[in-house]
Design a protein around this ligand. Structure first.
Ligand SMILES: CC(C)(COP(=O)(O)OP(=O)(O)OC[C@H]1O[C@@H](n2cnc3c(N)ncnc32)[C@H](O)[C@@H]1OP(=O)(O)O)[C@@H](O)C(=O)NCCC(=O)NCCS
Length: 177
């Protein structure tokens, strides 16, 4: 049984993960740093905790993104250098960028970590003269939609059945000029 469990978790870690009991972390300070291949294992673990619905990226995807020169990636860390948030954005050829993923550890949420990560991403894009940032969000993901709206993103399109379970997404955009 242990072998079967291991194989199952290897392929579908997030879908089968037991619900977590979330205890808010004690107050602390946070700092943004670049996210590199050195943090691959840690960010992979955190992304599984952030996306328990199966939207988590695989090791292969993070590997690709972290080795792709068009990707900018940041982590938010505690004073003990523990990653509690991450954001990845990819710059396209057409003067636009795409927010590929953003997540915050459940016990550190509602502390402006995602907002600060978005600000960091946006200022790095502006420095590269990128004019627009785009993202997709599930129509059912209200926390993320609230975050993006608060940060100045607007819905430009609803794309039907965008996700494999048939859920629609909102395409959201922000002009950086
Ligand atoms: C969405 C997510 C990244 C927000 O991270 P966070 O660090 O808690 O967000 P912030 O503290 O920066 O929130 C800023 C604002 O966003 C909105 N917001 C964030 N979480 C919210 C929630 N659970 N419910 C309602 N609004 C929320 C609020 O307007 C909030 O401001 P407020 O706290 O003053 O009300 C986090 O909940 C997460 O990791 N979710 C799972 C992964 C995910 O869905 N990623 C986005 C995929 S498109």
């Amino acid at each position: 049984m242990a072998v079967l469990e291991t194989i199952r978790n290897f392929f579908l870690p997030a879908l089968f993960a037991e619900p977590e009991e979330i205890v808010p972390a004690p107050p602390t300070t946070y700092e943004i740093r670049p996210l590199t291949m050195d943090q691959l294992a840690e960010v992979l673990r955190l992304n599984i905790r952030c996306f328990r619905n199966g939207d988590n990226y695989t090791k292969h995807t993070f590997d690709y993104l972290l080795n792709e020169p068009r990707t900018l990636s940041y982590r938010m860390v505690t004073p003990r250098d523990e990653i509690v948030g991450f954001a990845f954005v990819m710059v396209n050829e057409n003067n636009a960028a795409h927010l590929t993923t953003i997540g915050v550890a459940p016990e550190h949420r509602r502390r402006r970590i995602a907002e600060r990560l978005l600000e960091q991403v946006e200022s790095a894009l502006k420095a590269r003269e990128v004019g627009t940032i785009l993202l997709e969000v599930r129509v059912g993901n209200e926390p993320a939609q609230n975050l993006y709206r608060r940060c100045g993103y607007i819905v430009v399109q609803r794309i039907t059945k965008y996700y494999s379970n048939g859920e629609d997404c909102f395409l959201m955009m922000k002009s950086l000029y």
